[in-house]
Ligand binder design. Structure first.
Ligand code: NAD
Ligand code: AKB
Length: 315
């Protein structure tokens, strides 16, 4: 299939924070009849059944193969994973779902020749990177989740060079969105805080107020995903994960910005175990390569992201 050919798409882990937004975007772009959402959960869990749906545990490679073969799938967005905080609670399960799930997709891509999008994360970086993570910064993660993302990037490189699989990936920063609550990550505080602010409730933030992490509004993440998947294959020098440009602000700066718009909002800072994971990640990411190779830039800054979050959650 060429990059602009007819797409027949399967999304794994589609009921999650990214999946539900990517599903909308892919349905709009390629037609809802061409997009199948799948997840280990049922769609009624998210109160939405307006899309083609298959229940799929990504560890079940036979079922995955049936869906791919029977629907002549030529593109898979592989989002099923355990994120950093959930992953640290059960590192063995995190390894199993994140690695075996990816391996199942890669092996089927070898057989059926479909393209893959498989996200990486800023969690690939460790404390040795310093404040700004570059594309070529060392990858010494401090969480099992980060370990699976580094291994996933290496698997992507290997399957691309050894077996010609067209796989692409992005190192997403913490994603801020309003449609679906995030699923067990360290950057979840930057979403939860908006829900509490708009509901006129106080928020207890689980990281210190000086915690600064790379972040991005979901619309920019979806734009980056679609843009990367549209880029000509021969323009891409990276397969495992492109760094993206990111917003960077402390938890206190986010609180202050929300308070400019909702002055009565109160937040206190009580760090828990997730502080350690946050401390191991950089403050921001250098996304120069994504600009150079497929012309990506952000549409949202802190101000416009806060406005969009508050406006959307208020409706
Ligand atoms: P999420 O936790 O919101 O969604 C993941 C989905 O996977 C859930 O709906 C869950 O039910 C499903 N799932 C879990 N185990 C499964 C299994 N065995 N089989 C099938 N489905 C299963 O996560 P997300 O935020 O949407 O993340 C999607 C991808 O993006 C992940 O690879 C994640 O590492 C990556 N990512 C996310 C962020 C972020 O801030 N959201 C940042 C960096 C990278
Ligand atoms: C997490 O916090 O685990 C995710 C991520 C940055 O990968 N949001």
């Amino acid at each position: 299939m060429g990059e602009s050919g007819n797409r027949r798409i399967l999304i794994t882990g589609a009921l999650g924070q990214i999946g539900m937004e990517l599903l909308d975007a892919l349905q709009t772009k390629f037609g809802s009849e061409n997009v199948i959402a799948s997840d280990i959960r049922d769609p009624q869990d998210v109160n939405d059944s307006s899309f083609r749906y298959e229940r799929l545990d990504v560890l079940d490679s036979e079922q995955m193969e049936n869906i791919i073969r029977d629907n002549d799938i030529n593109e898979v967005y592989h989002l099923a994973a355990l994120l950093s905080a959930t992953g640290e609670k059960n590192p063995q399960l995190c390894w199993k779902i994140n690695m075996d799930g990816l391996m199942n997709v890669l092996e089927l891509a070898r057989k059926y020749k479909f393209r893959i999008f498989a996200p990486s994360s800023i969690a690939v970086f460790g404390a040795d990177v310093g404040k700004i993570a570059k594309q070529e910064s060392p990858l010494n993660p401090a969480t099992m989740y980060g370990v699976t993302k580094v291994a996933g990037e290496l698997m992507a490189d290997y399957y691309h060079s050894a077996h010609g699989v067209d796989i692409r990936g992005l190192r997403y920063p913490g994603l801020i969105s309003w449609k679906v609550m995030p699923g067990g990550g360290t950057t979840d505080y930057a979403v939860e805080i908006f829900h509490k602010a708009v509901a006129s409730e106080a928020y207890t933030c689980f990281v210190r107020e000086d915690t600064k992490l790379p972040m991005m509004y979901m619309d920019d993440a979806i734009k980056a995903t679609l843009q990367l998947m549209d880029a000509p294959s021969d323009k891409l020098s990276v397969r495992g994960g492109y760094n993206l440009p990111s917003l960077t602000f402390t938890a206190k700066e986010l609180y202050d910005k929300i308070r400019e718009k909702i002055p009565d909002f109160k937040c206190e800072f009580k760090p828990d175990h997730r502080q350690e994971y946050a401390d191991s990640w950089p403050d921001e990411t250098d996304g120069t390569l994504s600009k150079e190779e497929w012309d990506f830039s952000l549409d949202f800054d802190l101000e416009s992201m806060c406005d969009a979050m508050i406006q959307s959650l208020s409706q």
